[in-house]
Write a protein that binds this ligand. Structure first.
Ligand SMILES: NC(=O)c1ccc[n+]([C@@H]2O[C@H](COP(=O)([O-])OP(=O)(O)OC[C@H]3O[C@@H](n4cnc5c(N)ncnc54)[C@H](O)[C@@H]3O)[C@@H](O)[C@H]2O)c1
Length: 255
């Protein structure tokens, strides 16, 4: 405990799934956590729960595809807390289980807008804000589907592959500047969150069987498995780690 003491962390997608679990763990590790999300009711409830458990937390509504929204939230955090040390770009949408020939351009664009443009904006404003303070650590959530393709998920795979290399390029830009901002990506496998529950519902029970058969550890991961990786990359224990890709996938990509 205490690995993130005195650090201020912004978590997008903080109302649900991986963002929620990361907010809970970061607060336990001593960070002051700001959760943001489109889902105001759920986000406020998570924030209250963290406070009730003794953590420091607040919620702000944010659409990560809005550049103005990024400016406002980063300015607010600097004004209120003086510095931003950690940013988890966790907001994202799943794939739509549609083949490329049948995919409306609007569906392609929506996925790329949230999963890639939102992370670009997060890096842009996160780096600016961190450099006004003490530097920091940005963690972008990509996916195993930033490495491997999945039929009927062209939009999702393209967005997550983009996040993987956006992360490396941003890490190199920041590497020789002071204060230092480190930028890394995490590549979750199939984790038990509302997003995956939705995918199982859309694709049918065979999809759960596919996961269990193809994940070497034989099951879905838990959101806390990803939160542990995020906390490591956010902490000073990872001070020599930048531009890396951390896969947390039950062995999926090792096959
Ligand atoms: N669950 C998995 O197995 C898995 C695997 C690989 C990658 N990921 C990635 O992890 C991230 C979190 O996914 P999750 O499984 O926790 O899903 P989730 O649906 O539980 O949470 C995603 C959150 O993002 C929010 N969000 C969506 N669009 C937004 C926007 N424009 N602005 C602000 N918030 C927005 C949603 O409201 C939701 O609360 C996503 O980027 C996802 O692609 C998840």
């Amino acid at each position: 405990m205490g690995r993130l003491r005195d650090k201020v962390a912004l978590i997008t997608g903080g109302a649900s799934g991986l963002g929620k679990a990361t907010g809970q763990l970061m607060a336990k590790e001593g960070a002051t956590v700001i959760l943001s999300d489109l889902q105001e009711v759920e986000g406020t409830a998570v924030s209250k729960q963290i406070i009730n458990n003794g953590g420091k937390c607040s919620f702000m509504k944010q659409d990560t595809t809005s550049e103005e929204g990024w400016r406002e939230i980063c300015d607010y955090i600097l004004e209120r807390h003086g510095h931003l040390d950690i940013l988890l770009n966790g907001a994202g949408v799943g794939s739509s289980a549609i083949e490329i020939e049948d995919m409306d351009f609007s569906i392609w664009r929506n996925c790329l807008s949230v999963n890639l443009d939102g992370v670009f904006l997060g890096c842009k404003y996160g780096i600016k804000a961190m450099r006004k303070g003490r530097g920091g650590s940005i963690i972008n959530i990509s996916s195993i589907l930033g490495f491997a393709g999945l039929a009927t998920a062209t939009n999702y795979c393209a967005s997550k592959g983009g996040v993987r290399l956006l992360t490396k390029a941003a890490a190199l830009e920041c590497a020789r500047k002071t204060p230092l901002v480190r930028v890394n990506s995490i590549h979750p496998g199939f984790i038990d969150t509302p997003m995956v529950a939705g995918a199982i519902q859309r694709r049918g029970p065979e999809f759960r069987n596919y996961i269990e058969e193809n994940v070497p550890l034989g099951k879905l991961g838990e959101p806390s498995d990803i939160a542990e990786g995020v906390v490591y990359l956010a902490s000073d224990g990872a001070k020599f780690v930048t531009g890396t890709e951390l896969t947390i996938d039950g062995g999926f990509l090792a096959r």
